[in-house]
Design a protein around this ligand. Sequence first.
Ligand code: THU
Length: 138
Amino acid sequence: MLELTPELKERLLAASLAARAHSHSPYSRYQVGAAILDEQGRIHVGANIENAAYPQGWCAEATALGAMVMAGGREAKAVLVSGPGPNVITPCGGCRQKLREFATAELLILAADPGGIRQQWTLGELLPHSFGPDHLKF
Ligand code: THU
């Protein structure tokens, strides 16, 4: 499993919290940031972007994944999601599946709030028995 150095964790945390400041969340007022480490060692960020037509909003992880793909990244190695606390944020079900498209079960998912990193899982733990690209090779 991927081991992140303390320095890399700090960079991901800083990037995620900086992205969180760009959250457009006037309806829930629940600001979320995401920072994805790709297979080239680059970090891509995103925030949640809500919409007056509520179901049209999307999550921070989706913004960051879009940024990664548009930069040519093809595999997420780690993602740090930051929320307001005090409850530890975890990626929603839809985002777990979105991440699955560009990651293995080893993907590290770190949860943080402005006070720091609170918890860590793998994608395999949060989305066991997942449906992925290999299923379409039939
Ligand atoms: N949200 C995220 O951006 N990521 C998550 O993992 C959980 C939820 C956003 C969606 C919505 O804008 C707000 O948080 C409240 O649900």
